[in-house]
Design a protein around this ligand. Structure first.
Ligand code: ATP
Ligand code: MG
Length: 501
């Protein structure tokens, strides 16, 4: 029943090898006494206890760290401070000695050798002796500073990390397997952090400063980048990076990870292939774009697909794809190309399907119109917490776009445009699941009628705070079953039967 969807790529494991940076290894080693004691000890508190620690009932945690552990942590901290001071000094020396103009074209090997030679000289001058591991770490960090994005570089290279969130120079959180954790990477100070932000945004021709305090950009590797700098960001610059996954999770991966069931996948395959208009709804970081991308794999290869995004994230497998990226205004406030502009233009480009990465503003009008006027099979995502909430979001967006339309007419337009709402959620244990698939069936009086076809049924919580539950059909017959049949998708009735407890 589930054989027709295209196999994407080999599943990328949710967890892979632990981060192998020399930095972490070095940080764990017992340190030698510092050669130059730090004049100003930085108050770097030990990692705070996990918020869920007291709730893990089965394995009581040791009450407090032993004096030996405290001593080791203290030595680690001092060593880190010392290394970061040396690094700063070396970085200054590099800036003085390196030909910055030649850096752009420098070969990696040449640059590394140059960096090593200059740092060896400075270290010798200062009489500082480092062990091999420290030298390697320092050399890599200096290379990252000169050529890359400084402290962010090691996090960007770590494939187990999906999001990087910087709250000022001394606090960098990362998300691994759906859980946020504090990383041991920091910037020296706000100036250092700002320099890296500036490097990123100036590479894409943008500017960020007091008068333009926030900016969106795309990193070279395709990652989505957003920064907001002081004074709007009160405690130092805020940076959010959604890392680009080279191998986007496909339908197989998502089924395997438990994001939805095989029955739901079979239903979604029929829905997309039969050109139902689909909205993926969900909170921030809930997996909307991933779901949209996976759903797009069900589109036939013969169709012409146009995609519109703020930051190009979708990776469609089909051959006939036109990708568009909207553009914010430049520093003079000119040259903006909004998603709505792209959408209007897309309608003149003979699309079979239009996929809008996220509908969040006035483009909703054109999206609904496209869905209503021959471009069925179009898809988009919206920020909402349930299917019903998603409909209200659409109504609000239409109202905010300044369209003066009676509520009933507005709802009628939504009801005839949208066929299916797929709800993506990030649950409290970090897992991402499709918690509901709801069909829009029409209007009943003034109200849009909907019926849920599948849902995620929660049944409890393990002692480790993992959510227990299963996917189930609700037992409701699909409103679109005739359409599925006509298109050759005769879904077996069992997939609509509720799971037995
Ligand atoms: N089912 C899943 N299992 C594991 N990881 C997932 C799953 N779905 C999405 N992810 C990962 O979660 C992160 C966020 O996913 P995605 O970008 O799709 O979310 P989003 O809802 O579009 O976020 P935003 O609101 O920021 O646009 C990505 O790194 C993605 O690879
Ligand atoms: Mg997204």
């Amino acid at each position: 029943m589930f054989s027709r969807y295209k196999k994407d790529t080999a599943p990328s494991p949710a967890t892979s090898a632990p981060k192998g940076g020399a930095g972490t290894a070095a940080a764990r080693r017992a340190a030698q006494p510092a050669a130059t004691p730090s004049p100003k000890p930085v108050p770097a508190p030990p990692v705070p206890p996990r918020a869920d620690a007291p709730r893990v009932m089965r394995k009581p945690q040791p009450a407090a760290a032993s004096p030996a552990e405290v001593g080791a942590a203290d030595r680690n901290r001092k060593r880190k401070e010392r290394l970061s001071e040396i690094k700063l000094e070396l970085h200054r020396a590099l800036l003085d000695n390196l030909n910055l103009a030649a850096l752009e074209t420098a070969q990696e090997n040449d640059l590394r050798m140059e960096i090593n030679a200059i740092s060896a000289e400075v270290l010798q001058e200062k009489g500082i002796v480092l062990n091999r591991e420290e030298r390697l770490q320092l050399s890599q960090e200096l290379y990252d500073e000169v050529k890359g994005l400084g402290p962010l570089e090691s996090l960007l290279k770590d494939d187990t990390i999906s999001d990087i969130l910087v709250n000022g120079p001394h606090q960098i959180f990362v998300e691994r397997s759906g859980k946020l954790e504090m990383s041991d990477v920091t910037f020296k100070d706000e100036k250092h952090l700002f320099r890296i932000i500036d490097k990123i945004v100036s590479a894409v021709g943008r500017r960020v400063d007091e008068s333009n305090p926030y900016v969106d950009a795309r990193l070279k590797d395709g990652s989505r980048f957003n920064a907001m700098v002081p004074p709007i960001a009160v405690d130092g610059s805020l940076v959010s990076i959604r890392k680009f996954k080279k191998d986007k999770l496909g339908i197989d991966d998502l089924v395997q990870f438990g994001a939805f069931s095989e029955e739901m996948a079979a239903y979604l395959q029929a829905a997309v292939a039969c050109r139902l208009n689909v909205i993926v709804s969900g909170g921030t970081g809930s997996g909307k774009t991933t779901t949209l991308n996976a759903l797009s794999s069900f589109i036939d290869n013969s169709e012409r697909i146009l995609t519109i995004e703020d930051t190009a994230e979708l990776q469609l497998q089909q051959t006939h794809v036109g990708r568009m990226e909207s553009r914010p205004p430049n520093v003079e406030g000119k040259g903006a190309v909004t998603p709505r502009d792209c959408l209007k233009n897309a309608l003149r480009m003979r699309p079979d399907r239009i996929i809008v990465g996220e509908t969040r503003g006035e483009e909703v009008i054109d999206m609904l119109q496209a869905m209503n006027t021959g471009h069925d099979g179009s898809m988009t995502t919206i920020h909402a917490n349930s299917a019903r909430d998603g409909i209200s979001r659409l109504e609000n967006m239409i109202a905010m776009a300044g369209i003066d339309m009676p509520l009933k007419a507005m709802r009628a337009q939504i009801a005839s445009a949208v066929h299916l709402i797929v709800q993506a959620s990030r649950l409290q244990d970090g897992s991402r699941r499709m918690t509901s698939i709801t069909e829009v069936t029409g209007m009943e009086g003034d109200v849009i009628s909907m019926q849920e076809i599948f849902r995620y049924q929660r049944t409890g919580l393990t002692p480790e705070n993992k959510i227990l539950g299963h996917f189930t059909a609700t037992g409701v017959r699909s409103h679109y079953s005739e359409r599925f049949k006509m298109w050759g998708y005769d879904l077996p009735p069992q997939i609509f039967e509720p799971a037995r407890e």
